[in-house]
Design a protein around this ligand. Structure first.
Ligand SMILES: *Cc1c(COP(=O)(O)O)cnc(C)c1O
Length: 360
């Protein structure tokens, strides 16, 4: 068995311990005689799995009692519609555009009401986070929307925007559980789990209770109403049962690592190693303004397409995979999520050093 260092942006690397445990339980989950995949979601065994997953997530993030945790499907992209359908009572929302995902969310919300772009970093190819300390937040905005970590461009909000009292809705797909957050600062935070938590097919939303309401936009499907999922413990219909089970294992793994403070220090050490190398390299260059750099997604370029293609080919052969940048921006990108060990980043830096020596 040869496992690679997988730098994919998502679906992405998972902790090896979790995969091993899941493999051991594949045919017979703890004496049940069946796989979790084969189990009724209405069974008491499965109820324990989803309850523990929720409680462990609550413990990890310190989620206050007036927030609900929902496990849903449809990916982060479905939330682009679900958020306005559930929140747009005035049919107005403010969006901060820091990349492709925020832009897509904004475009989707336009189907339901007026969207105001109150800040954007499009002028410099989304290579920075705009100053959001005093934005022209609309008086009647139902919410202010951000994408907190920009998976494609490698920027991260280090400080949340001043929403002037409006609920903040944040897409945290690619920074979920990468560091501690103060949940009370958000109205809704949500993410697809395939970036930093589990297998594709699960989206987790943490929602303040007053935003879970019956008076959603007319025509909102039952399945796209937060209240449906909140009232039924994320089991109105069959949930993505196996995916939630794996997420639960990752939550326990994170607890064993020492929780989000500890994982943050680990992530900072990994990111520093790579950014320090980029800052001192003659061949490779980071593309993001220093103070806005993501701990999770690190884009970099050589600036010569042929040389970049050579780098991607040779790094793949060396067992460092998925370093190609997003198809919309080119270059390279190393996603160094929670499960990426320091040794993986060290192997990448060693490889880049060697490549620079041979091609510089
Ligand atoms: C990947 C990603 C998405 C899209 O996720 P899907 O689950 O494929 O819909 C949205 N937002 C961010 C920040 C992402 O990284």
């Amino acid at each position: 068995m040869a496992r690679v260092y997988n730098f994919s942006a998502g679906p992405a690397i998972l902790p090896e311990e979790v995969l091993r445990e899941a493999a051991e339980e594949m045919l017979d989950y703890r004496g049940s005689g069946m796989s979790v995949m084969e189990m009724s979601h209405r069974s008491s065994t499965y109820q324990t799995i989803i309850d523990e997953a929720q409680q462990d997530l609550r413990d990890l993030m310190g989620i206050p009692d007036n927030y609900k945790v929902l496990f849903m499907q449809g990916g982060a992209s479905q939330q682009f519609a679900m958020v306005p359908m559930n929140l747009m009572r005035n049919r107005v929302a403010d969006y901060i555009i820091t990349g492709v995902w925020a832009k897509k969310a904004c475009e989707e919300a336009k189907k339901y009401g007026t969207t105001n772009v109150i800040a954007s970093s499009a002028d410099q190819t989304f290579s920075y986070i705009p100053d959001c300390s005093d934005l022209p937040v609309s008086d009647n905005a139902d919410y202010v929307y951000i994408c907190e970590n920009n998976t494609i461009y490698g920027t991260k909000f280090k400080k949340l925007p001043n929403t002037k009292g409006k609920p903040l809705v944040s897409d945290v797909s690619s920074c979920f559980l990468s560091e501690p957050v103060n949940v009370a600062d958000y109205g809704i935070l949500y993410g697809g789990v395939q970036k930093n938590i589990g297998p594709a097919g699960v989206v987790i939303a943490v929602i303040r209770e007053d935003l879970i309401r019956e008076d959603v936009l007319p025509g909102t499907p039952t399945m796209l109403t937060y209240k449906t999922h909140a009232d039924n413990g994320s089991m109105y219909n069959t949930p993505p049962a196996y995916g939630i089970y794996i997420c639960g294992k990752v939550f326990k793994w994170l607890k064993n690592q020492g929780g989000l403070e500890a994982i943050k220090r680990h992530n900072e050490a990994k990111a520093k190693l790579l950014y320090d190398f980029l800052d001192n390299s003659r061949l490779f260059k980071g593309t993001v303004r220093k103070e806005d750099r993501s701990l999770m997604n690190v884009p970099f370029v050589i600036g010569d397409q042929q040389m970049e293609a050579k780098f991607i080919k040779e790094s793949t052969s060396a067992g460092l995979t998925n370093l190609k940048g997003h198809r919309s921006v080119g270059g390279m990108r190393a996603s160094i999520y929670n499960a990426m060990p320091l040794a993986g980043v060290q192997a990448l830096v060693d490889f880049m050093e060697e490549f620079e020596k041979n091609n510089g």
